[in-house]
Design a binder for this molecule. Structure first.
Ligand code: GAL
Length: 452
């Protein structure tokens, strides 16, 4: 595991998600309206039975805020809630999840609640810029150093990860997982029957895509109804083209966004887009992953929550129904997406909220959550035997890979830049103007203070 991530996270320019989000309109629809098609409504309240209920510290209530609803997202959270209720039958759990992949709607709802003095007890936030230049810089979350000391956690999480959730010597959230963002999931039967091998370079990727296309198979499934999915594909191309060191330099401004290699990345990305399903703009990430699951497309570039969706929801078998490989030229690199939970400073029942954090930071909690979610445990002392072949391999990969932060998932740069990149990439997907996209990315980086 290498240290780039650490340096990077601390250098990212200070601009506040909260300040910008609070100044903007928060018109995201409520959970029931923002739900992915075909997914069940998020649970609203899971009150403990009356006979076991007894007053806990404060109001004896935890309201947990996340975007984990529906297929591929919800099972892990429900596993944690169940474990929490077994340990704390006297604390009421309110699941305040807001649907929408990557927090598309949840982040705006959260900003509005935080600003309006109605914070949840604990909220999902990515480690890195999203936490540190957002909520921590705005003074909205409590330091958790005491909790880490009390639970003996300081040497139970990788140091790089603790650095990602720390600012100025204080630790501000508890990581529940590590997702990998640079993965191609592919339909194994389609690959085998068409004699296609898992591609490891861009040339191999395009050769495989051509071979599949020639057989009438859609090579690449994309679901960019929520634009972050296309941004993810682009950031994986950037990582493959730039390599981890230069990729990391983008976020410190040491490598400008109008660099020739960024231009080449846009060209590769544009070429990839010629192999995607026609209805990509109408699909969310689950809908796109499902094309691969059903054999209607061959590959999908997605974070390994797609693996959770395949195994937990669709009951597919790794290495039989689906295979995986790192995205072109990123073998040895690990695009890190870490889901963590933070404690708002002015939430009502801090004692109960801390009990929630303790459960999700425990080995037991992590080993309940992550096998369902598709991620690996954030703790180094979790039990690998609880993980399937994909999980075990990813746990090992994480230890020896160069780590890079995801832009699409909040860690690499301030929220303002991530949002603008989503817009730029969204326009690029329809218009394909490389020079325009390059110029817009550079302007957005400058406007958001991403410079040397
Ligand atoms: C990411 C998050 C993952 C998963 C994904 C899709 O931002 O870290 O846990 O939920 O979005 O919604």
């Amino acid at each position: 595991m290498k240290r780039q991530l650490t340096v990077l996270v601390s250098i990212v320019t200070l601009t506040s998600l909260v300040l910008s989000a609070c100044g903007s309109s928060t018109s995201a629809p409520p959970a029931s309206e923002t739900q992915a098609p075909g997914t069940p409504a998020p649970a609203q309240s899971t009150q403990a039975p009356a006979e076991t209920a007894k007053p806990a510290a404060g109001s004896g209530k935890v309201e947990i805020f996340s975007w984990w609803t529906g297929a591929g997202e919800e099972a892990g959270l429900q596993g944690l809630i169940k474990l929490f209720k077994e340990k704390h039958p006297d604390i009421e759990v309110i699941n305040a999840a807001v649907a929408g992949g990557a927090g598309t709607n949840a982040k705006a709802v959260l900003a509005s609640r935080m600003q309006g003095g109605d914070p949840p007890s604990a909220f999902q936030v990515h480690g890195g810029a999203e936490l540190n230049t957002g909520w921590v810089a705005a003074g909205k979350v409590s330091p958790l150093n005491d909790l880490y000391d009390q639970e003996g956690w300081k040497d139970k999480f990788p140091k790089d990860l603790i650095d990602m959730v720390s600012k100025d010597g204080n630790i501000y959230s508890v990581p529940v997982n590590i997702h990998r963002g640079n993965v191609i999931f592919y339909n194994k039967k389609l690959f085998d029957s068409n004699n296609v091998k898992a591609p490891t370079t861009f040339d191999e990727f395009f050769a495989a895509a051509d071979a599949l296309k020639a057989k009438g198979v859609t090579p690449l499934a994309l679901g960019d109804k929520e634009p972050w999915a296309a941004t993810m594909l682009f950031e994986d191309v950037l990582l493959g083209k730039l390599g981890p060191d230069d990729y990391n330099k983008l976020w410190t401004g040491e490598l400008p966004f109008d660099d020739a290699k960024v231009k080449e990345s846009l060209e590769i990305f544009k070429k990839m887009l010629t192999y995607v399903n026609k209805d990509h703009a109408a699909r969310n990430w689950q809908d796109a992953a499902q094309l691969v699951a059903k054999g209607e497309a061959a590959m999908n570039v997605m974070g390994d929550w797609a693996k959770g969706y395949f195994t937990t929801d669709l009951k597919l078998k790794p290495n039989e129904d689906f295979g995986w490989v790192t995205t072109p030229n990123t073998n040895g690199d690990f695009m890190v997406i870490t889901d963590t939970f933070a404690l708002p400073k002015d939430s009502k029942d801090q004692a109960s909220a801390k009990e929630w954090l303790k459960v999700l930071g425990s080995v037991e909690g992590q080993d309940v959550f992550n096998p369902l979610k598709g991620s690996i445990p954030a703790r180094i002392d979790a039990d690998p035997s609880k993980y399937d072949v994909y999980g075990k391999a990813t746990i090992e990969d994480f230890k020896k890979s160069k780590l890079t932060p995801s832009l699409a998932h909040g860690s690499a740069a301030i929220e303002g830049f991530a949002t603008q990149t989503n817009q730029i990439i969204n326009i690029f997907v329809t218009q394909g103007n490389v020079d325009q996209a390059l110029k817009s990315l550079k302007q957005a980086a400058d406007a958001n203070g991403i410079k040397k």
